[in-house]
Write a protein that binds this ligand. Structure first.
Ligand code: SAM
Length: 231
């Protein structure tokens, strides 16, 4: 039994009433660090998946376009209010399922997935779509809790998972499992503190094996751009 979009939407409609004062306040200082990793430049288009109450929106520079997608009408209503009150005319909000995104491939320069990967029923599918929607060379930035690599802690996270699922997220998702079979690779990742349970992970579209092999076989060929755009 995993996450389920219909229930999740209802749970987050409830969360929306207290989100900014509770979980949002707890992770607030992470938004800036996650955003930094995108290295945004003027004119970029960003997709913010599971934008929630829009706590991240105020932090995007005003010369980029941000599209925030979310399932929950309650969370989006809070985000819309922030957009109105803070005149965030560069931000647009869309109600929808990020696993069936209503955008053509390669629409966005970068994709943000902040505390949303462990909330969806099929995280690999979400990442698959993120990879399709991002332009060649774009970054997919995850800010999330992943299952610990320490066995004792991982067992505890598995044990507590049914409880966490009732309040809207799972605690047993391992990063390597979700990346298995997805055409993305970890560029780098870090924690804000040594004993942090959350991580910031930067993903890029995986380099096709043929190109990797070619690079190994013909090391003297330089200056040839990697065909990042090929699907
Ligand atoms: C924990 S909140 C994170 C909100 C925000 N990104 C943040 O970091 O504060 C997770 C959000 O993901 C949304 N969500 C869950 N499943 C989704 C889906 N399939 N498609 C789009 N949004 C989804 C929820 O409605 C909720 O607003």
């Amino acid at each position: 039994m995993g996450m389920n979009e219909a229930t999740t939407s209802q749970i987050y409609d409830l969360w929306s009433r207290i989100y900014d004062r509770t979980f949002g306040a707890l992770v607030d200082h992470r938004y800036h660090r996650a955003l930094e990793q995108m290295q945004l430049k003027s004119g970029d288009r960003v997709l913010d998946i599971g934008v929630g109450t829009g706590l991240m929106l105020r932090r995007y520079r005003q010369d980029v376009t941000v599209v925030g997608i979310d399932l929950s009408a309650g969370m989006l209503a809070k985000a819309a209010r922030k957009c109105r009150e803070d005149h965030l005319s560069h931000c647009q909000l869309v109600r929808g399922d990020a696993m069936m995104p209503p955008f053509p491939d390669r629409t966005f320069d970068h994709v943000m997935v902040s505390h949303a990967l462990t909330v969806v029923s099929d995280p690999a599918r979400l990442l698959h779509w993120a990879g399709r929607l991002v332009k060649p060379g774009g970054r997919i930035v995850l800010s999330n809790h992943f299952q610990s690599t320490y066995r004792v802690i991982a067992s505890l996270e598995k044990l507590l998972n049914p409880l966490f699922m009732k309040i809207g997220w799972r605690s047993d998702l391992a990063l390597e499992d979700v990346l298995d079979g997805v055409d993305l690779e970890v560029d780098y990742s870090f924690r804000l503190q040594l004993l942090d349970v959350w991580q910031i992970v930067v993903l890029r579209r995986a380099t096709p094996p043929s190109i990797k092999n070619q690079a190994n076989i013909e090391p003297t060929v330089t200056g040839t751009p990697l065909a990042m755009g090929s699907h």
